[in-house]
Ligand binder design. Sequence first.
Ligand SMILES: [Zn+2]
Length: 426
Amino acid sequence: MFKQIFKLGQNFRNPSLNKIYKFLKASENWTISQLEEYQLERLKKIISIAYESTEFYKKTFDEIGIKPNDIETLEDLKKLPVLTKNELLSNVEEIHSSNTFKKVFIASTSGTTGNSLSFKRNEEADSFNRASIFRGYSWYGVLPWDRNGYFWGFNFTKKEQKKTEILDFIQNRFRVFSYEPSSFNLFVNKLQKATFIHGYSSMIYQTAKLINDRKLPKPKKIKLVKGTSEKIKESYKEEVQKAFGVKITSEYGATESGIIAFECLEGNMHLNMEGVLVEEVNQEILVTNLQLESFPIIRYKLGDYIKLASKNKKCACGMEHRILEEITGRIGENVYGNIEIYPSLYFYYIFKNLDKEKELSLNYQVIQEEKGKLKFKIEQNLSELNKKDLLQEIKKYFKQDMEFEIEENCQIQSKNGKLKSFISKI
Ligand SMILES: [Zn+2]
């Protein structure tokens, strides 16, 4: 029954989806040169749409004297300017294409810094995105209409909650609304019948931990646990595996860019090369959306540090799509010492090193209330040796420029969605 409801809704909302999905299932067997050939064809199309039908790109390309015909190879993309988040936000209208589209959706984001973006997404681009996710599901034997548990924010008003329930029903989905035992246990019961679960990785982790700690019945039918929107910390992996019997799989993307990468069964994050063109410049990601014709996104600085694997790296799954080795973290959050300023990326390295070198896997949150001082909240109980290792690792990065406070046995959770690893109150 859910298949019919799902298909009906999908054919109505996303008429192009079936065709695109078939295309993606075929192109997953392509060689790297076939993929790049397709990318070039799409890139030329997007650049010509951008130049011919948007005020913004017409102006910026003219300023540097570039015409769409000058882009003849994928390398030529480097001739075009980088698009920053600020430029994007202050030129939303001028970036929109004046072409007419059969159907568009309004897509919106609420940035963590409070800058929200709202733009028109043509139906084909929307369908492409969904089909890319469904292709990822297919690797795990999951069908989009299978019963699924969803982890997202749960601070709804009554009216919103009703609307959410209806939308959830259509998608055969249910979600966690609270960690309070009676309601949470109900959610865990529902998980028994679920085929996959997805959402914020911190919430998935929290749920796994509660299932393990409270010795609740473990779901037996889960084929896929998909974490999105947040970094999957090393410390999450073990609890998730223990509670759900499968590893946590990562999907990487953003509203403006579409799906950028999806992890395969071998544990490699393959770029969604048919949908996006990814460049790594100074360890930062630049992304070009190859499908979004209504709102061209070209060489966009998404704000993440990444590392691409070398072109020669082969994956045992057989796909030749390039591999994203690491998403190291968000750019632009500063940590203030007494003298110097440091990137919040350091926390990622500190805890990664502990995990790798000391086999100490910690869940953490760092808070800065004043310059020169940091509070490390750690969920686990620490032995004297653990504490020593942690301190040593912290000092490696901040030297004598910072005072630290370490709090163990902390509750680290977020009530409405995204969990921040670093909170600055400066
Ligand atoms: Zn693979």
